[in-house]
Design a protein around this ligand. Structure first.
Ligand code: GDP
Ligand code: MN
Length: 388
């Protein structure tokens, strides 16, 4: 789950990380009020769950409260397009109004999970304000990393090591180390999957602050953090993903291809997408229906996939272990009874109660295409999506 910049900053501030003074505003008049309280010279920042706002025109400086009101009027309501929003952009509902900072240096700092190392990694770079992906591609040696033993936590010497690598010395060393430790602490305490400050700035008067902040949270740990779940802004999420969650399908991720996938098990769902790609196609989604013997779950999966206008074929790939193939087959039949499925359906079934499942499909007379294995299923789905 993602949150807005102002929410991430509130969390980080509670863990002792310095952030600029400021407040969220939902109207130009509110922005003016906040700017007045801050002395007039402010920065007005669009609050959307996407980075690259600066380049897209979503971050603007204002020299007075009147100007802040005017600029907020331009930003609130705009359809902000950045490299992370897709071409349609994201509608801006609120802005963060903050005191302007006299920036001397822009740095990069983040904490995330390094899956290969099986522990958190703290990354820092002197190339702040730029996309970290760009730095990683063009100038990888500019990124410094320290891995943290989760049982011990981040140690001050590790933070000092990173601060040295960033060229921070003298009076900026101590606040930088303290901010890094705060960031790590917040990351762990809130079960974050990412905590990123880009840019981390050194001001001309020697302060070190988080000028931007981004936090993503592990969905599987949200039950431990109702205060984080309360920050959720569904308007920022893909509407189909929200609806899938409400229909009990937690593991649906919308993609750009044209082959809708219904699979049981996350690993098999990944393999299914790979197989589709290998056969020359593009998956329209990742979808793991989970291990439940519930006809409705299959029907709901069809409901979601059917709403994606890009879908031209549906591939059902089931390996029944705990899940029963006959229940899935009933689900496929029930889905066709409840809705106009519109696109060709390819089915690959294997595992528990296979014979019963096959009989249900056969007796239904539905024009589903049967595949003997995953490779064939992917090939048939690609052909079906292409109208062959
Ligand atoms: P992003 O583009 O979505 O990552 O938004 P950021 O919050 O990182 O802002 C983009 C850029 O705006 C920063 O890299 C800064 O260069 C600039 N910026 C943001 N706040 C201030 C500020 O208070 N003063 C100045 N001078 N520039 C700012
Ligand atoms: Mn940024």
């Amino acid at each position: 789950m993602k949150v807005h910049e102002y929410q991430a900053k509130e969390i980080l501030a509670r863990y002792g990380a310095p952030v600029p003074r400021g407040s969220v505003a939902r109207s130009p008049a509110e922005a003016r009020k906040v700017a007045e309280d801050l002395g007039g010279k402010v920065v007005v920042k669009a609050q959307v769950h996407a980075g690259g706002r600066g380049k897209g025109g979503g971050v603007k400086l204002a020299g007075s409260a009147e100007e802040a009101e005017r600029v907020a009027g331009e930003i609130i309501g705009m359809q902000l397009v950045t490299h992370q929003t897709g071409p349609a952009g994201q509608k801006v509902k609120s802005v963060l109004v903050e005191e302007q900072m006299p920036i001397e240096r822009e740095l990069y700092l983040s904490v995330l999970i390094d899956g290969a190392a099986q522990r958190p990694v703290v990354m820092a770079s002197a190339e702040g304000g730029m996309e970290i992906e760009e730095v990683a591609a063009n100038n990888p040696e500019a990124i410094h990393r320290v891995h943290v033993d989760p049982a011990v936590g981040m140690e001050p010497f590790q933070a000092r090591q990173l601060a040295f690598a960033l060229g921070l010395k003298g009076d900026t060393m101590k606040p930088a180390v303290s901010l890094m430790l705060s960031l790590y602490e917040a990351f762990i305490a809130k079960d974050a999957s990412l905590a990123e400050i880009n840019p981390l700035v050194v001001t001309s008067d020697g302060r070190v602050l988080a000028l931007d902040a981004k936090m993503n949270f592990d969905d599987n740990a949200l039950y431990r953090h109702p205060e984080i779940e309360g920050l959720r802004d569904k308007d920022e999420e893909d509407p189909l993903e929200v609806e899938a969650g409400e229909l009990g399908i937690q593991n649906y991720v919308k993609l750009d291809g044209n082959i809708g996938c219904v699979v049981n098990g996350a690993g098999l769902a990944m393999a299914t997408m790979d197989a589709i790609k290998l056969a020359g196609g593009e998956p329209a989604n990742f979808l793991d229906i989970g291990t439940v013997n519930d006809v409705n779950r299959v029907v709901n999966a069809f409901k979601i996939i059917r709403k994606d206008p890009g879908v031209q074929a549906i591939l059902i790939n089931i390996f029944g272990g705990m899940a029963r193939v006959d229940v899935i087959a009933q689900g496929v039949v029930e889905a066709h009874a409840q809705m106009d499925v519109r696109v060709p359906v390819v089915v690959r079934l294997e595992g528990t109660n296979l014979a019963e499942g096959e009989k249900i499909l056969k007796d239904s007379g539905l024009p589903v295409r049967r595949a003997a294995d995953l490779g064939e299923a992917a090939k048939l789905a690609v052909e079906a999506a292409a109208g062959r």
